[in-house]
Ligand binder design. Structure first.
Ligand SMILES: Nc1nc2c(ncn2[C@@H]2O[C@H](COP(=O)(O)OP(=O)(O)O)[C@@H](O)[C@H]2O)c(=O)[nH]1
Ligand SMILES: [Mg+2]
Length: 180
């Protein structure tokens, strides 16, 4: 089977670089759609406008990739499930310079694992917190017996983000034999 269009989701903490990564890769102008978020618990804020980023990329072999950025909210959002439908995988982006990036990683992995286990972890903003060692992530993944691919990247760098996308696609192609 040959798939001509892949869908990839960017999830992760606010400010981790999801929109930046999609802009770095997209060959079309990134669209930010408007979606309505109804929160029955806070009637004052009946409607909140959230942005979903959308970009497109064509790989060397002609495969088209749709890039979907989840809205920047720091709590579980039902929209994530909608966005993840039909996606081949998720890039979970974590801001290394945030207060507790390991807790963020745990929460975002838990949030996205129900939609599939093709996940690549991208730790961003490492230039902003050089005093915090990067080994905490491998140690944590090892302790949890998780072996997701993980990269330390700058979301503003196109090559860095491309590596994430290529890793997700390579994993799905090896797993399901979707090579042509
Ligand atoms: N210093 C630094 N800034 C970054 C990095 N990645 C993204 N940014 C910046 O972080 C800010 C927030 O990124 P944005 O894409 O809006 O985050 P989002 O909320 O996940 O969509 C932007 O100003 C980016 O340019 C990084 O690795 N290092
Ligand atoms: Mg954003």
């Amino acid at each position: 089977m040959i798939l001509h269009q892949y869908k990839i989701v960017f999830g992760g903490t606010m400010g981790s670089g999801k929109s930046t990564a999609i802009k770095a890769l997209s060959e079309i102008e990134v669209l930010s759609t408007e979606a309505l978020n109804t929160d029955t618990e806070s009637h004052e804020k009946l409607l909140t406008t959230v942005g979903i980023d959308y970009g497109e990329l064509t790989l060397d072999d002609g495969v088209k990739v749709g890039l979907y950025g989840t809205p920047g909210q720091d709590r579980f959002d039902f929209i994530w499930a909608v966005i993840c439908k039909g996606a081949i995988g998720t890039i979970v982006m974590i801001d290394h310079a945030a207060e507790n990036p390991l807790l963020d990683l745990e929460q975002y992995l838990q949030a996205f694992q129900p939609f599939g286990h093709n996940i690549v972890i991208a730790i961003t903003h490492i230039d902003r917190m050089p005093e915090r060692t990067l080994s905490i992530y491998r140690d944590w993944l090892k302790a949890k017996e998780l072996n997701y691919p993980m990269f330390f990247i700058d979301a503003r760098q196109q090559d860095d983000v491309l590596l994430l996308v290529e890793t997700l696609i390579a994993t799905i192609e090896v797993h399901y034999g979707l090579t042509n």
